[in-house]
Design a binder for this molecule. Structure first.
Ligand SMILES: Cc1cc2nc3c(=O)[nH]c(=O)nc-3n(C[C@H](O)[C@H](O)[C@H](O)COP(=O)(O)OP(=O)(O)OC[C@H]3O[C@@H](n4cnc5c(N)ncnc54)[C@H](O)[C@@H]3O)c2cc1C
Length: 449
């Protein structure tokens, strides 16, 4: 039996059936087969998500054989791909035509269908999550077979873009893209208070984010300006041979060893954070390169992560509360806390539905495979985010169930009606969808959770 393991190695499943379709018709037959057998089915992309969203012990449909770029329309600035194409494949195909994805998150290993289903985002308050780039989508549903939905034509289009894997299997996607560009990136440290005071101006830059370092009381700002493509890539102040010892040996392995130690001696953590921030976050640096390569970064350590989208205006309150939490030291807070900004989206279940958002992400490392207790920290963070009107990132850690989430999404009930139509017997179902979206009201198939 094939085993699927999440990138942080904390979530896995060994389904009895794995389907690998090569086109939409085959995917339809697989769905029919799963429904007839009374199996629960989850579609998987790269199986990276650090939570239970893609797990199924019963049946999985993997889109890795459907990863082709179908066409790039240079004039219309659109790309059509099979749903199993990775973000990296898409960026490479676009680059060959002088085009690019307008925005990306920290990595490009996700398959486009997985990224869209969870409203994966980058940073830049003028740029939507990746789901906001979708213009057409082909979806194979248990209830209605193969559907092709377009932004310009279909009432249900905004429901199916962010669907948390619960409406069917996405097999093809057309995305709006843009002219290729380079990013000119400036990074440097600043006191958190200054960063918050300057925030309205900072948000005017193309792509802006910062990382707050608990206990060290500084923030590390990252500002990306879009410039003409083709300039010479450069990198000053980081990843030179001279900094290899500092960044890789001490900053990575040394840091991980100290985190491992802090599991037994949590009082060490403030000192570790301050040491690491002096080592890695004290010298400003600049760099320039192709946009996708500059958006992506090394996510070296394995980690648990919780990320929530709150209204942009709530950013200072949220950060000050997290700073007070660090000052009070009720529990260890790993560095850094990532703060990004994303434009509103019209997809019904997008965390940025109807409002520009600040995404705040907290992490807890798993140094050398050692799980460090973090429930109290993550729960306090979730409570704070809920108080500020936050909505969780679907692919990360959160406790809230459908009883809470339904009040956070104006189109929740409409989505559920569509779910009942597209998947009346709850084929696309697992314990995550049961908790987060609630049961489908139709006659349930056998639940192998
Ligand atoms: C190291 C790391 C860095 C990350 N950085 C970011 C970031 O910068 N910004 C951000 O927003 N997120 C980020 N994420 C989260 C990541 O983008 C999501 O977890 C994403 O969903 C993973 O894509 P995947 O292809 O692995 O999907 P999977 O984890 O395999 O699946 C995710 C969801 O998509 C559904 N799905 C997948 N394929 C299909 C399909 N063909 N049809 C229907 N449903 C489908 C699954 O059923 C599931 O519900 C990061 C995650 C990791 C591990």
């Amino acid at each position: 039996l094939e085993k699927f393991i999440s990138r942080n190695r904390q979530y896995s499943c060994q389904p009895t059936t794995v389907y690998r379709p090569e086109d939409a018709r085959q995917a339809e037959r697989h769905l029919q087969d799963a429904a007839q057998r009374g199996a629960n089915l989850r579609a998987v992309g790269s199986f990276l998500s650090p939570n239970q969203i893609a797990l199924s012990q019963d049946a999985v449909i993997a889109l890795d054989r459907m990863d082709k770029v179908i066409r790039v329309d240079r004039m219309a600035r659109q790309i059509t791909v099979q749903a199993g194409a990775t973000l990296r494949q898409i960026s490479e195909a676009l680059d060959r035509q002088g085009l690019a994805l307008p925005v990306l998150g920290s990595i490009s290993e996700q398959r486009i269908a997985g990224a869209i289903a969870t409203a994966t985002h980058g940073t830049g308050v003028a740029y939507p999550p990746l789901s906001g780039l979708v213009r057409e989508i082909e979806l194979v549903t248990p209830g209605h077979g193969i559907l092709r939905l377009a932004a310009t034509r279909d009432r249900d289009f905004d429901a199916v873009r962010v669907h948390v894997g619960s409406l069917g299997v996405v097999t093809e996607v057309t995305l709006d893209v843009c002219e290729a560009f380079d990013l000119d990136v400036t990074e440097g440290p600043a006191p958190l208070a200054d960063v918050l005071e300057r925030l309205p101006q900072s948000l005017h830059t193309d792509h802006y984010r910062f990382w707050y370092i608990p206990y060290a009381d500084i923030a590390w700002e990252w500002t990306g300006r879009r410039v003409e493509p083709g300039g010479r890539p450069r990198s000053q102040g980081h990843m030179s041979p001279a900094s290899f010892w500092r960044d890789r040996v001490l900053g990575h392995y040394g840091f991980e060893a100290l985190l491992y130690l802090s599991a037994s001696f949590p009082n060490l953590l403030p000192k570790i954070n301050r040491w690491h921030s002096r080592l890695q976050f004290s010298c400003p640096r600049t760099s320039r390169g192709r946009s996708d390569q500059m958006f992506n970064m090394d996510c070296l350590h394995r980690e648990f992560v919780s990320e929530w989208a709150i209204p942009v205006d709530a950013t200072p309150t949220a950060l000050k509360s997290l700073q007070s939490m660090a000052d009070a030291q009720p529990y260890p807070m790993h560095l850094p806390i990532e703060v990004r900004f994303v434009r509103r989206d019209d997809a019904w279940l997008s965390p940025t539905y109807g409002r520009d958002c600040c995404y705040i992400g907290i992490i807890n490392y798993i140094p050398y495979g050692r799980v460090i207790s973090h429930d109290a920290y993550f729960h306090a963070f979730e409570d704070l985010m809920l108080q500020l009107g936050g909505r969780p990132h679907w692919a990360k850690s959160f406790r809230a169930g459908h009883e809470i989430l339904r009040d956070l999404y104006p189109k929740w009930d409409d989505f559920q009606k569509l779910r009942e139509t597209f998947d009346p017997r709850g084929v696309m179902y697992n314990s995550y969808t049961e908790r987060v979206l609630g049961p489908v009201s139709g006659e349930p198939v056998q639940r192998a959770l």
